[in-house]
Design a protein around this ligand. Structure first.
Ligand code: ADP
Length: 224
């Protein structure tokens, strides 16, 4: 098992009021899973992914990643787990505008002390159909291409789980379908698990495990 969330709950305080976002959510993620989560805006999808990705903490519950109890780890240990086990793809790709596609892919690895892994970055960009875009800056890429560069960046450390928050939220239908097909291909070729939130029923239907997050709880709708 890659990730095990046990009865996690989260609320936010706004002045005097407490807003309960979700309660007692449990979820297991195994190698090769492709989980999609649908739910209305404000249902807590981003909050849930942030918690599963160790970027935020739940009020109660447990989160194990690769068997490690992340909520009792030091922040240095959590960073290590996050960097070695997880990859993130966001709707707003967060590419650095002053660096080219290949540099954006290589920089995070260099920062964490790696030697750059140029060959791997090159091969993954080619795998994503970006063989003619290595030296393009983000502003010279289409929205779909920028997202694909961000996916390559997320894959560089061979994470066991890719966490994607509304990755297709800014894309037209054609590019959204293309990105999800790429996710499915990566899932099949490398057995990497995915958890993807979406508003888009088309994207949700691509999941092997389809969930709905609404009214404080996460419900499995369909599983193949
Ligand atoms: P979704 O991703 O499904 O649109 P979010 O997880 O972004 O939903 O937000 C869930 C709810 O929690 C929303 O009502 C939002 O306003 C609230 N919320 C999210 N983050 C915070 C925060 N840092 N402080 C207070 N309220 C928050």
């Amino acid at each position: 098992m890659i990730l095990e969330a046990k009865k996690i709950s989260k609320s936010f305080k706004n002045g005097q009021k407490t807003l309960s976002v979700f309660k007692d959510i449990s979820l297991n993620i195994n190698s090769g899973d492709f989980i999609t989560i649908m739910g209305p805006s404000g249902a807590g999808k981003s909050t849930l992914l942030n918690i599963l990705g160790t970027l935020d903490t739940p009020d109660t519950g447990k989160l194990f990643i690769n068997g490690k109890d992340t909520l009792s780890c030091s922040s240095a240990e959590i960073s290590k787990v996050r960097n070695s086990q997880l990859g993130f793809v966001f709707q707003f790709h967060h590419l650095l505008p002053e660096f080219t596609a290949i540099e954006n892919v290589l920089i995070p690895n260099q920062i964490s002390g790696g030697s750059g892994k140029f060959d791997k970055g090159r091969d993954l960009l080619i795998y994503m159909g970006l063989e003619n875009r290595f030296d393009h800056f983000p502003s010279q890429l289409s929205g779909g291409e920028r997202l694909r560069v961000a996916v390559v960046r997320a894959l560089m450390n061979d994470p066991k789980l890719i966490i994607a928050d509304e990755p297709t939220g800014n894309l037209d239908k054609l590019n959204a379908d293309k990105l999800i097909k790429l996710f499915k291909k990566i899932n099949k070729d490398f057995n990497q698990a995915f958890i993807v939130t979406t508003h888009n029923p088309n994207v949700a239907s691509m999941g092997k495990q389809k969930y709905n997050l609404d009214n404080n709880s996460l419900n499995l709708i369909d599983s193949i």
